[in-house]
Write a protein that binds this ligand. Sequence first.
Ligand SMILES: O=C(O)CCC(=O)C(=O)O
Ligand SMILES: [Fe+2]
Length: 305
Amino acid sequence: MQGFFNLPIDEKTKYDFADQGSYFGYKGYGKGIVDKKGTRDRNEFYNISKDDVLGLSERLPSPHVLNGHRDLYASYIKASHAICMLVASILSSRLPLTEPTQRAGGLPSMHKLTAVSGDQVRFVKAPPQTQDLNAVALGEHTDFGSVTVLFNRLGGLQVRLPDYITAIPPVESDSGEDKGVEEELCEEGWAYVRPLPGHCVINLGDALVKFSNGRLRSNIHRVVAPPGEQGKKTRHSLVYFSRPEDDVVLRSLVEGGQDEEGGSGVTGVTAKEWILRRALGRRKLDGWEGSGGTESVSMRAEGKA
Ligand SMILES: O=C(O)CCC(=O)C(=O)O
Ligand SMILES: [Fe+2]
């Protein structure tokens, strides 16, 4: 992937398909937004579609430097999808799913490897960052789909904790009057997620909030400058997003029906519509408000809001 990110920007931009209504391919540095004011992001992505790699959909144009690695992508996709399905089956066994949903095979039955879906691999690259409160590389969000597998080596990922837990900054700041930037970046419940060798981070996404009628939550996270000395390094992440099959309707699948807990008041949309709205909205300068997810459920106090 390094070979691709090193190409001239004009070459990379040939693989940005956002204006054709697709979130696969390249997103250039600063081409996404991190907040409602339209502040630009500070990273580049390359998104690879599961269906493209496994031959389930038409092949998108892809750069020569990546074409030789398609077998590796296929193997990574299959391994990551299997991890997501393990998580989905454990969750399925713990949720009070309706009888028809259980009979159909629970959550894994809506995420078949060989069915058409928005599943994707994402490579993320963020250049060295100055320690600065505004150095948000990736704005706060919930993941859009079902289960996410995330690998990173440098810090910078932050998750928003509930009000009753105080985030602890990762490094001691100077004992002077000024608070270190890392300490300030831990205000409002933001906690750094420390990468551990040989581990991945698992996120639950919006689709699971909807299927579980709010029993499961999609964590709010963002990426800021890696703390301390790590800020001088280029940050890479590798992500796999599993998402429900395209035509699956996002609605409650648990006993007791549907209520507002499913999040954001949007009901009856398919997984395909949900992911497209969320992904492409974050590419438009004024797209923040219209591209939200299940954040209100994530921040809900225990019990009811
Ligand atoms: O780079 C990271 O650590 C997080 C990436 C992420 O949250 C995303 O791509 O949705
Ligand atoms: Fe994310």
